[in-house]
Design a protein around this ligand. Structure first.
Ligand SMILES: Cc1cc2nc3c(=O)[nH]c(=O)nc-3n(C[C@H](O)[C@H](O)[C@H](O)COP(=O)(O)O)c2cc1C
Length: 442
């Protein structure tokens, strides 16, 4: 368990909810994902709940457009997350914002400047989710056209992250004098020019944005392969992961923190936050009704299509109510798929149950119950070293987020496991992360 007793809570925002059928829910505005008003309202609700951050994943391509079953999904549209968090920060005062931007299709200078700008503008409330982009459908939107193998992606990512951090340290904290009297705007001795020339990237620098009040944006990572864990242990301050089994989650938690410690880092300075989809009711029956209502809205066509697009396997010819046969996924995030397939075999799921479970939450942990049931699970995962907190994947919005803020948060507050008021103003303060020292600091 991390040194403070508080559970970290992020709101993982996606479209009008994480459940694949969320857009069909009667209370959901089906066009909400494309609406600034919709996102503004849910960001304000998350802030009312005193959550640490709103997290936006990203993919720079929708599903493969040639799939004829595609018409039943809302997952074809997605606003660009850095532009979106810029607008959302303007209507909030405390909550942090994390945006996913790929290291595969931009240069380190782009990312360093974009996130440093966001972090200056919103008073140190920004995080960057560093992804290496594994989807070939994204690669097809760029000149490169193909996805590199994982080992190469992560080798490049290491250098990318190093360059971004060097650029963020371009200006020492006391470099900018802005002294009208002496006519000295800055002290050239305190300006650091990275002059980076490496295996993959060159960037002379310096960056033309000053460090923010939290020093640097918070670095977030999501990737569970050995290379991904190594990368996380080295660079990440928040690790987002898909874990649905306590034992697996403990092993992952121990591994990431152990490798970080072996590299001289304080393991408490990496917060592990598995994604969790919560169905919360005043009673268990009510919570299960909420779950069943959305599951019933998944059509087999959407089930087959999502499995095919994510796992590269066509299950449309398999009898729906027979046990899931052995199969190996052939595309996508291999580490994450293995977790899903292992879990489905362990639980002896049928084909229908598999696609319903997979497609509904995309393999993330689903918890269904009263605020007290869910708080028990959260407390045990945190107390038993499986997580430092959770990235809450609300099944549908705004109703699912209202349930978090109005039912779950008060229960965690009552147990003294979650703040009643923000005690800081930066994302680092919310998460209990230190301000990183400049690498040029004495
Ligand atoms: C929980 C989770 C969330 C992820 N979210 C994103 C995302 O929003 N965008 C993206 O491009 N990749 C995302 N990824 C993919 C990872 O960044 C990584 O590329 C992928 O997992 C393959 O690496 P791995 O084999 O190390 O897991 C996510 C991965 C996980 C496990």
């Amino acid at each position: 368990m991390s040194s403070d007793n508080e559970i970290k809570l992020g709101f993982f925002s996606q479209d009008v909810g994480h459940h694949v059928a969320a857009w069909r829910h009667p209370d959901v505005p089906a066009d909400g994902g494309m609406s600034l008003d919709f996102h503004r309202n849910i960001a304000r609700t998350a802030e009312r709940g005193k959550l640490d951050m709103v997290f936006f994943g990203d993919q720079m391509a929708p599903m493969y457009p040639e799939d004829e079953q595609l018409g039943g999904t809302s997952r074809m549209l997605r606003l660009e997350p850095t532009a979106l968090i810029s607008a959302l920060a303007a209507v909030t005062t405390h909550i942090g914002f994390v945006a996913t931007v790929s290291m595969a299709y931009f240069e380190p200078f782009h990312i360093a400047r974009k996130f440093a700008t966001l972090d200056r503008m919103n008073g140190g409330r920004t995080g960057w989710n560093m992804v290496t982009s594994f989807e070939s459908r994204e690669a097809l939107n760029f000149n490169v056209g193909v996805v590199s193998p994982p080992e190469l992606r992560y080798r490049r990512a290491h250098e990318f992250a190093e360059v971004v951090k060097k650029l963020w340290d371009s200006w020492d904290d006391n470099a900018l004098l802005r002294d009208k009297e002496s006519a000295r705007f800055f002290d050239p001795a305190r300006l650091r020019v990275p002059e980076h020339k490496g295996e993959f990237y060159s960037s002379r620098g310096p960056l033309n944005v000053e460090r923010s009040v939290q020093g640097q944006p918070v670095l977030v990572q999501a990737g569970s392969s050995p290379e991904g864990i190594e990368f996380a242990a080295h660079h990440a301050e928040v690790v987002f992961t898909a874990q649905s089994d306590l034992g697996d989650a403990q092993a992952f938690y121990g591994k990431v923190k152990g490798i970080a410690a072996s590299q001289g880092r304080d393991p408490d300075h990496i917060k592990i936050m598995p994604g969790v989809m919560c169905f919360i009711g005043q009673t268990r029956e009510q919570a299960h009704e909420k779950y069943a209502r959305l599951q019933a809205l998944i059509t087999p066509q959407v089930g087959w299509m999502v499995v095919k697009q994510h796992l590269g396997v066509d299950i449309s010819a398999l009898p729906l109510d027979e046990p899931l046969p052995n199969f190996t996924a052939s595309t996508g995030q291999l580490s994450r798929q293995q977790l899903l397939i292992d879990a489905a075999r362990r639980d002896r799921l049928t084909v229908r149950q598999f696609y319903q479970r997979y497609v509904g939450s995309r393999g993330h942990h689903v918890v269904i119950g009263t605020p007290s049931d869910i708080a028990d699970i959260f407390e045990s995962w945190v107390d038993e070293c499986a997580a430092d907190g959770f990235n809450l994947m609300v099944p549908w919005s705004p109703g699912g987020l209202d349930d978090v803020v109005d039912l779950l948060v008060p229960e965690l507050q009552r147990r003294q496991r979650f703040r009643r008021e923000y005690t800081g103003t930066t994302l680092r303060e919310h998460l209990g992360l230190p301000v990183p020292k400049s690498q040029y600091a004495p």
